[in-house]
Design a binder for this molecule. Structure first.
Ligand SMILES: *[C@@H]1O[C@H](CO)[C@@H](O)[C@H](O)[C@H]1NC(C)=O
Ligand SMILES: *[C@@H]1O[C@H](CO)[C@@H](O)[C@H](O)[C@H]1NC(C)=O
Ligand SMILES: *[C@@H]1O[C@H](CO)[C@@H](O)[C@H](O)[C@H]1NC(C)=O
Length: 410
């Protein structure tokens, strides 16, 4: 029997069309997955950086488009060679997808054999066993990424090893060459009214304080001890009697937001621009953070979203305010109104985006060209941190001694 020619062509044509359409959908879904995995990186915090920007891909040679900058992770970050969990293969990140930045692209790699090609070489914090690249090529910038406050560095040799070797500062300070905050706030695109979902009467307890460093330079523990004379504070973790059954951040946060009115977000050190996940994590739940830190909260967190201990003359005044607020449901809930207008995003995608852009434009303030690293980071008289607030209140107001529950250091 003769094959009906026209019919076959038609079927082949239809099959091709279907195939083309199918692969378009597949590509779309893949891209969506990629974007989602990037966006899911937005909830990351200091401990959870590793969940960010995970891109699955098989090992293949990096291809480099002309004009693409190469950024190398020289040290590890914890046990990760590729700091943010990119696979070595798919490291050409279309930056425009990560955050709002231009279409300029950067390649990220941790392959030391390619050091000569790198435009920027990154070093993480005080990562142990630091070895320098054999040659610092003159076109290269060495960037040092720090997430800890300068308090922990004082008196240590932390910065000495970087002195004179680093070109660019990358950290949470506004004056850094690359500003890399823990989190950032962005306006919500489609404004929907935010309705708190937890009935006020579920919140039968006052203040929760999850904490693992018991004695700190900021002396926050003294403040909380004094505070707890006037309002109930439940301490969870290493410095208290309570344990969250599953020590899993999400699980515990969900428990706490149902039971408690307020969440203590006191930093362990009061340093310029230093606002950490301690503040940003509870902001993502239905609980009001009570903050104490060296950062500018009116600039860096959403309006009317936190209660700042600095606005009160004493822990007693703060306790009185919290007690009144807890009893006034409408006023309490006004602290969640910002959720209609803003959301919290992770700092890492924005930082990578800024880094890539600045590298393309070669626009860096370069404070290290004029000053030593130690002076930049700590201040020539240590003025980048000021931990006197609590000790001076304590002296002036004659607070009682620290209770035994907190007398434990890690
Ligand atoms: C590292 O780069 C070198 C030089 O381009 C290449 O030969 C090698 O296969 C790379 N290693 C990995 C693990 O990709
Ligand atoms: C970074 O500093 C080193 C000296 O420490 C210098 O050789 C190099 O040219 C600088 N990089 C850039 C891009 O200016
Ligand atoms: C904090 O930020 C706000 C808004 O940007 C600014 O007006 C204010 O001067 C800043 N405060 C301090 C102490 O820097």
């Amino acid at each position: 029997m003769p094959v009906p020619k026209f019919g076959t062509t038609k079927y082949v044509f239809i099959a091709c069309l279907l195939l083309a359409f199918g692969s378009m959908i597949a590509v779309f879904i893949l891209q969506l997955g990629l974007m989602r995995s990037m966006i899911s990186g937005i909830q990351i915090t200091k401990e959870h950086f590793t969940n960010s920007l995970k891109i699955n891909g098989k090992e293949k040679t990096l291809r480099r488009k002309p004009g693409t900058k190469m950024i190398m992770f020289w040290t590890t970050r914890g046990n990760r060679k590729n700091w943010f969990g990119f696979s070595e293969a798919v490291t050409t990140l279309p930056m425009s997808r990560i955050a709002k930045c231009s279409n300029r692209d950067c390649i990220f790699t941790s392959n030391h054999s390619r050091i000569k090609e790198a435009d920027m070489v990154l070093f993480y914090q005080n990562e142990n066993h630091l070895s320098w690249p054999p040659v610092h090529y003159p076109q290269q910038d060495y960037g040092h990424y720090i997430i800890e406050a300068p308090c922990w560095n004082r008196g240590s040799r932390y910065l000495d090893q970087y002195e004179g070797k680093i070109n660019l500062t990358i950290n949470f300070r506004y004056d850094a060459d690359v500003y890399a905050p823990y989190n950032a706030i962005v306006p919500v695109k489609s404004v929907k009214t935010y309705k708190p979902g937890i009935p006020h009467e579920y919140k039968t307890k006052m203040v929760v304080w999850p904490v693992s460093h018991c004695l700190t330079l900021s002396h926050r523990e003294d403040y909380v001890t004094e505070l707890s004379r006037y309002i109930d504070v439940d301490i969870y973790g290493a410095c208290g009697k309570r344990k969250c059954r599953k020590y899993n951040q999400g699980y515990c946060m969900k428990q706490w937001e149902r039971e408690y009115m307020f969440y203590i977000s006191f930093e362990n050190c009061l340093c310029e621009d230093y606002i950490t996940e301690k503040t940003f994590r509870p902001l993502q739940y239905e609980i009001i953070p009570v903050v104490l830190g060296g950062g500018n909260y009116s600039r860096d967190v959403p309006p009317h979203s936190v209660i700042n201990a600095r606005d009160f003359n004493s822990p007693k005044d703060l306790a009185d305010f919290l007690t009144h607020l807890a009893a006034d449901e409408q006023r309490y809930r006004s602290y969640f109104k910002w959720k209609t207008h803003y959301r919290i995003v992770g700092g890492v995608p924005q930082f990578l985006c800024r880094l890539c852009n600045a590298l393309h434009e070669d626009k860096f303030p370069r404070p290290l060209a004029k000053t030593s690293y130690a002076d930049y980071w700590l201040g020539s008289n240590g003025e980048r941190c000021d931990n006197n607030l609590v000790p001076s209140m304590k002296r002036q107001q004659g607070w009682k001694a620290v209770e035994p529950e907190l007398n434990k250091t890690i």
